[in-house]
Design a protein around this ligand. Sequence first.
Ligand code: AP5
Length: 211
Amino acid sequence: MIVVLLGPPGAGKGTQGERIADKLGVPKIATGDVLRAALRDGTEQGLAAKAYMDRGDLVPDSVILGIMKEVMAAPSSQKGAILDGVVRTVPQADGLATMLAELGRKVDAYLLFDVKDDELVRRLSGRTVCDSCQTPYMGLEPGTKCSKCGGTLVRRKDDEPDSIRNRLKVYREQTEPVIDWVKDKKMELVEIDATGDLDEITERAMKALTE
Ligand code: AP5
């Protein structure tokens, strides 16, 4: 099963994506994580993406589609994948659909996480992430050890107030049109309330995907 997670920054795509992927027994692929790893490794792709990411702007579609081509052809994603943070523009949605069709595959569902703006800002301003496995945390200070892998928690550069504001604007302008694109194509789009208890949100998502 291939599922695309849609929703604004801070909606919990990373948090829930991990849980849904575990339940379905498929990998979670997050373009943000791939780009941050490339940056840590000092690759050309990572360095080119850095300025866009720090400002909260989108990395060019061609870079993202290049990443997706590689990961969707990999043996690990043959059973399916949870795609977190991709697609974010209509050209990416089109590009992914074409690429999957060439592989004889398709997106089975788009899951849209709904959270109000003030809650998004609260979450992003209080977030730290593991610098190694990327797990996000709430209410833990930078420097704390990650309970999952022992890495160190850091604040993301794009969780500064100016970048958060820009990311929300970019989402409205460039990613929200994907919702109408999905509707126009008559594809499966499920909206879920992504506020409240983590287990309940996972349950809502799983119900939506398996019904
Ligand atoms: P990316 O890493 O994808 O960031 P994002 O979409 O802005 O999403 P976030 O990771 O900020 O939020 P999330 O929805 O995953 O929420 P999380 O689970 O962490 O992208 C970063 C950058 O990379 C982009 O700005 C762009 O530059 C580039 N990029 C990536 N993909 C791209 C693409 N396809 N095209 C172009 N550019 C691309 O949760 C947030 C916080 O809330 C956490 O602290 C978490 O613990 C907490 N939380 C989660 N759920 C709850 C809950 N129910 N209640 C309370 N707290 C909660």
